[in-house]
Design a protein around this ligand. Structure first.
Ligand SMILES: [Ca+2]
Ligand SMILES: [Ca+2]
Length: 340
């Protein structure tokens, strides 16, 4: 018995030693491979200046200190109703006005314009407040998504457009209903009036509402719409960044690895192509199989060997998003190569 246990112990020990030894070899093998890559020459694009030297199509360079590339965003008019033929009733104390609408664009709702004037100042005039709220059962809801105010002193007795800009713009989704609620802050003693268009339903995707109890209950003014405009900021759905050219100073350079550092949130994508040449002029961007229809989609990819024995290189980064409120962010690109 003891003898058999002895043999088994020796065998198990030998197997364990060989496993550990294989791990050690593998570990040092990887370290050696990493050292070779780290010590090979590399072209790094990471600073604001690096990226700003490239060609930008629907992308922008951000982060002056560290240099990043992301999809460009634009603010554009979304919903509006700009007909007007009369004043609302007084907006004072518990008397609120509202307008429902359906967002046409997904993005951040940055501002709302209404047309307004002031009436009596009273002895404690308060700012005019515009809120973006949810819509519940077809009426303005109780969830305040964003709020902006303009001081009483900015208003006159004449109608004028006022731009209420949200400091933290809320996300809105195309096809979803929202409500613009207009009220005086803290039940102040001033009164305001806004411009409206009555008897016509000129804005079919919503209606004017009135509340006499501080927004607890709302009465639809079915044929009225207020004068309003909404502005939405959204990222471009796609964009391309083309880098400046890198000169390796040798026509026999072997291009080894394409590495990048990026944030790629769910719903977005980032992919790359490379172009090389010996004249510094002719750029044909291709993916990992050497065709123009494939892309490098994983950082640390081996570069297509067909690029070898060329002097100049450029990369193109392709940015996409299916959600106009988020963008991929490219922080750094490194190309490892070997030269004579
Ligand atoms: Ca960077
Ligand atoms: Ca309407």
């Amino acid at each position: 018995m003891n003898r058999r246990i002895g043999i088994t112990t020796v065998l198990v020990t030998l197997i364990l030693i060989s496993i550990v030894f294989a791990d050690i070899l593998n570990y040092y093998g990887r370290i050696v491979a990493t050292i070779i890559v780290l010590e090979s020459p590399k072209w790094i694009q990471t600073t604001y200046e690096d990226f700003n030297a490239g060609i930008k199509t629907n992308v922008v360079i951000t982060n002056i200190d560290n240099g990043e590339v992301e999809l460009a965003k634009t603010v554009s008019l979304d919903q509006s109703q700009t007909l007007e033929d009369k004043d609302s009733g007084k907006i004072e104390l518990n008397k609120y006005e509202a307008q429902t609408f359906i967002a046409g664009k997904t993005g951040k709702l940055v501002s709302v314009i209404i047309k307004a004037k002031k009436g009596q100042d009273g002895n404690n005039p308060q700012p005019l407040v515009v809120e973006l709220r949810n819509v519940d059962g077809g009426k303005p809801g109780s969830t305040i998504l964003a709020s902006a105010e303009i001081p009483h002193t900015n208003f006159t007795g004449s109608d004028k457009e006022y731009n209420f800009t949200f400091s933290t713009p809320p996300d809105v989704i195309a096809g979803t209903s929202y409500a613009i609620v207009i009220r005086q802050k803290s039940r102040g003693t001033a009164d305001y009036k806004i411009r409206i268009k009555d008897k016509g339903n000129f804005y079919p995707d919503g209606a004017r509402f009135k509340s006499d109890d501080g927004g607890s209950t709302w009465t639809e003014q079915a044929n009225d719409d207020i004068y309003f405009k909404t502005y939405v900021e959204s990222y471009a759905t796609s964009g391309v960044f083309e880098s400046q050219a890198f000169d390796s100073n040798s026509a026999s350079t072997k291009w080894k690895k394409l590495y990048w550092d990026a944030d790629i949130p769910t719903g977005t994508s980032l992919k790359f192509q490379l172009a090389t040449n010996n004249d510094g002029i002719t750029w044909n961007f291709v993916g990992p199989d050497g065709s123009s229809s494939t892309y490098y989609t994983t950082s640390d990819s081996d570069i297509w060997s067909g690029h070898d024995n060329t002097r100049y290189i450029k990369f193109k980064a392709f940015f996409e998003t299916t959600n106009a409120t988020i963008t991929p962010v490219l922080k750094e690109v490194i190309i490892f190569y070997l030269s004579d």
